[in-house]
Design a protein. Structure first.
Lengths: 445, 507
């Protein structure tokens, strides 16, 4: 009947314009399972081979963090009206999504003290890439200064975002004692071609460095911008980057929106100050407006002339699909915790970080923290005075059902045998004590 | 009659009341407090301390859940009705994929875990790489790109690496893109440092070969194209196009946005493409989340494998491992291994359908779309510029209706919302006046398709009988037509920026 309505004799006729020599005339070589139960069973069995943070304590961070995700966040994200919708091109029928995203933008802007935040990018690393390009466009300059203590993968992504635009990356050193900023080195590198200086709070090493608040006063007089990478939970206790002069902020928002999922999907966040920079923002922006008759509040995508579907090769970015669902997750998370909850969570992680540092510090031959500073969530452990290597220790820890920290041996050889450990609110006192006992025992062996 | 929910729901911050909260995070233990000292804050540098609690709403859990549940009800979705948004492939997302993805063995694994503890996910990634390579006719896939545009950008980076390896990057500065291409193509090419050269479509709506021959040359880095193109027309000269570009020393990039039309029928690799991306959130039925997450794996031909991002997943006969031994790799395009949660759903989708099912997807999508096209053309004044042969989507022109009634494509799209379905994509591609781009995916029933046809016909008829009703539509959605012009100002973006009094104050 459908074929008749179309006026063809067969489905093949609908494909008759495809040259015969390019058609595939055999079945695809992919597996097939005959029932839903088989498919679920198969994937369940595959995934069962993984060991998760539910099976063993995992002391890894470095960009993706194991936090407790409130059940209500998961419940809200499972609403299929959100989950199975598309980009809200038709605003009138997508108000729920648009309002949620506007709330996300507003909350992150308040939290960071920025004027505007977009409705998401892919992840923290591409957010940094976009921020660097944005700073270069806004200043007409081609040099970005980044800390030497940056996750090497984040650096690699940044390089892929900047190199084609002719932007040069230069690193500035960290203080060998405190792990904080080497101000003299930074100062000597900021010049008239510096588009921006990037820094992270806390740093990749988990250091809370008071010197970072001076970065804007180093780069602003020379016409450069300050980009700050923040940890969303830490803003429960830490000063908003906008308060110390940041022009652009970026973050990985996985912590406050979704589970680790082997690193993705995540949530890229970007925000900035001032109209000039706002017009350089990549990605979707949601604005609050009214209906045409002016009677009702309403939301829609705005400033779309920055975007690829309108501006094509002159767009501020190529981004189209983003991580909108997790922006809703972040809005729900921040609403649930509120001012008190976020502050308490920061405190909880702060206490546990200090506790873990104290405990591991009692192990002979181990220097922790490697850097003489206040740490948050992460810290470097140096095994310089101990026998053996981080690689061997981590293997032994695993055989005892504990996953150790991220080795820094390859990426930061100047630190010798050392590793980056992470604790959040999910790490129990017992698991930290066990880690300490195991390391002590294994290093002796 | 469709009526969307309307709650007049305030902003969550407007629900805020002092002292309320929706979640109490776990506290440190007494032992931890005792060991650390009761005031952990004293160690935090003063310069970095927040002056007061962060400015967030104070609301209870039920208030938060009701708020976002109400908002969800004010949102259209595939689970509510037909979503004929051209080039977006809004098909039904099987629920089994959700059940599969909600597994602690997936959710609670960290991307930097020791390989011995993640053998399950590595095996899945390895097999998905093989499945997608077979489906596209390519040699190897990178699962790292997290969206279609991210795949395109990686494709452009691979072209840079390829031309650089031949010492030709400086000369090969031009990316050729048809005028019917998605906006992401020129944007990705430009971001990767290429100058965009637009090649026009001919009277049949496909790439004009003569025009193409004129623009290719020693400056050509590559060509980015989707096939079928955004008009839904198959580029039947694709082998000739490939030859022209390859002869000039350029590479051919396949934008997988329209892959749903050719799944199991034709493969980009067999059409001469060198680099391909797939949109798993389109063709492979993973939910689009209101704009994301997605996944845009990229496949390449054999000699380009060495440029793929690190790490790929290898298998030594016993164990799966991350292969970092790739000196020519472009490096990384996202922080970790890609949108794994999306990849797992797509893997389940392939297994559920198998070879016959995948082919049936394309055939049914093309059948459905052509059915709607025939019915609409037969009974209305919509026109179909260019050739009649369409695959999974078509682009109507409402030009004639506009000339006769003053009603625009936008008005027709808005009116369609009133009938409980989503509008087609409007005003794209730009080469069609008053464009309405329609895609009716394979998961729509005949009844749904007839409803879509009726929506077009009803709107077209109203354009003649009651044009004001169209121009003032939609009437049955949560809110009426929105003033998007007023919205287009930076000050509309956040409450704080909206309200000067709140600016600069940290409570």
């Amino acid at each position: 009947m459908m074929l008749e309505a179309i006026g063809v004799a067969s489905i093949d006729e609908l494909y008759s314009d495809i040259p015969t020599q390019v058609r595939i005339n055999r079945p695809l070589k992919v597996d097939w399972l005959p029932s839903e139960q088989d498919v679920k069973g198969h994937v369940d069995r595959l995934l069962a081979k993984n060991k998760s943070a539910n099976d063993m304590p995992i002391f890894l961070g470095a960009g993706i963090y194991n936090h407790y995700l409130p059940a209500a966040v998961k419940s809200i994200l499972s609403r299929t009206e959100f989950q199975t919708s598309y980009t809200p091109y038709q605003a009138e029928i997508s108000q729920g999504l648009l309002q949620s995203l506007f709330e996300f933008q507003s909350m992150i802007a308040d939290l960071t003290q920025m004027d505007a935040v977009n409705s998401s990018l892919y992840d923290g690393s591409t957010a940094l890439g976009e921020a660097a390009r944005m700073a270069s466009r806004a200043t007409g300059r081609k040099k970005i200064l980044v800390p030497l203590c940056l996750h090497p993968d984040r650096f690699s992504v940044l390089k892929n975002y900047t190199e084609p635009a002719g932007i040069r990356l230069e690193t500035f050193a960290y203080d060998k004692e405190t792990g904080g900023l080497d101000s003299a080195d930074l100062q000597s590198k900021v010049d008239k071609d510096t588009a921006a200086v990037y820094c992270e709070v806390p740093s990749f090493f988990g250091v809370l460095d008071p010197e970072v608040v001076n970065i804007p006063s180093i780069c602003h007089p020379k016409g450069g911008l300050s980009i700050v990478g923040f940890d969303p939970v830490s803003l429960g206790g830490l000063k908003p980057p906008g308060d110390y002069g940041a022009d652009i902020v970026i973050a990985e928002g996985q912590s406050i929106s979704t589970e680790m999922n082997f690193g993705g999907p995540a949530l890229g966040m970007i925000g900035c100050r001032g109209e000039n920079l706002i017009r350089q923002l990549p990605g979707r922006l949601i604005g609050m407006t009214t209906t045409l008759d002016g009677k009702e509040r309403a939301f829609s995508m705005v400033l779309q002339t920055r975007e690829q579907h309108i501006r094509r090769e002159r767009a501020t970015s190529n981004i189209c699909t983003n991580e909108a669902l997790f922006a809703i997750g972040a809005a729900a998370y921040l609403s649930l915790l509120g001012p008190k909850g976020l502050r308490e969570l920061f405190e909880s992680i702060l206490v546990k970080t200090n506790y873990a540092i104290k405990m591991l510090g009692e192990i002979p031959g181990v220097v922790v923290p490697r850097f003489r500073s206040q740490h948050y969530q992460e810290f470097v452990v140096s095994f310089k005075g101990a026998k053996g290597s981080v690689a061997r220790l981590n293997k032994s820890l695993l055989s005892h059902g504990v996953h150790g920290g991220k080795t820094l041996v390859w990426d930061f050889p100047e630190l010798g045998e050392s590793a980056l450990f992470c604790v959040t609110e999910v790490h129990s006192t017992e698991s930290i004590d066990e880690l300490r006992l195991l390391i002590e025992k294994l290093l002796e062996a | 009659m469709f009526h969307q929910a309307k709650w007049d729901e305030p902003l969550v911050i407007e629900r805020s009341g002092t002292g309320k909260r929706g979640h109490t995070p776990a506290k440190p233990s007494d032992i931890e407090r005792k060991v650390v000292g009761w005031d952990a804050w004293s160690g935090v540098p003063k310069a970095l301390l927040r002056n007061g609690p962060p400015p967030l709403p104070e609301v209870s859990e039920p208030e938060v859940v009701r708020h976002y549940t109400r908002l969800s009800q004010e949102n259209f979705a595939v689970d509510l009705g037909i979503y004929p948004l051209g080039s977006c492939t809004m098909k039904y997302n099987p629920k089994v994929s959700e059940a599969i993805a909600q597994n602690p063995k997936l959710e609670k694994i960290h991307p930097e875990q020791d390989e011995s503890t993640v053998q399950g996910i590595l095996a899945l990634m390895h097999r998905l790489d093989q499945f997608l390579a077979e489906i596209t006719g390519m040699s190897r896939m990178s699962l790292q790109p997290v969206a279609g545009a991210a795949g395109e950008y990686l494709g452009a980076l691979i072209m840079r690496a390829y031309h650089r390896s031949k010492g030709e990057l400086d000369e090969r500065s031009e990316m050729i893109i048809p005028d019917s291409a998605h906006g992401t193509n020129p944007a990705s090419a430009a971001m990767a440092g290429f100058n965009v050269v637009v090649v026009p479509s001919n009277a049949d709506g496909i790439v004009d070969l003569e025009a193409l021959r004129k623009v290719v040359g020693p400056r050509t880095a590559g060509l980015m194209i989707t096939n079928p193109n955004t008009l839904g027309i198959f580029e039947k000269n694709v082998l000739e196009i490939a030859k022209i570009v390859h002869d000039a020393g350029g590479l051919l990039y396949y934008d997988g946005a329209n892959f749903n039309a050719i799944l199991g029928k034709v493969r980009p690799g067999d059409m001469g493409f060198d680099i391909v991306h797939l949109n798993l959130h389109k063709t492979f039925a993973t939910p689009h989340g209101g704009g994301g997450p997605g996944a845009g794996p990229v496949g390449v031909r054999k000699d380009l494998e060495k440029f793929l991002p690190v790490p790929l997943v290898g298998f030594d006969g016993k164990k799966y491992f991350f292969d970092h031994d790739a000196p020519d790799s472009v490096g990384k395009v996202t922080a970790f291994h890609g949108n794994i949660g999306v990849l797992v759903r797509a893997y389940a989708y392939v297994l559920s359908l198998g070879p016959d099912g995948l082919k049936a997807v394309a055939e049914t999508a093309v059948l459905n779309t052509n059915y709607v096209l025939s019915k609409v053309l037969e009974r209305s004044k919509f026109e179909l510029p260019f050739s009649r042969k369409r695959k999974h989507e078509f682009v109507l022109s409402a030009k004639k209706i506009n000339e006769q009634t003053g009603v625009r494509a936008l008005d027709i799209g808005k009116r369609m919302l009133d009938f409980g379905l989503h509008s087609p994509t409007v005003y794209f591609p730009q080469i069609v006046d008053e464009a309405m781009m329609v895609e009716a995916s394979e998961t729509e029933s005949l009844r749904d398709l007839d409803e879509l046809v009726e929506a077009f016909l009803k709107a077209a008829k109203e354009a003649e009988t009651d044009p004001d009703r169209l121009r003032s539509s939609p009437h049955n959605t949560s809110v009426g037509r929105i003033d998007e012009v007023k919205a287009s100002h930076p000050k509309t973006l956040t409450l704080k920026w909206n309200n000067p009094k709140a600016r600069g104050q940290t409570p």
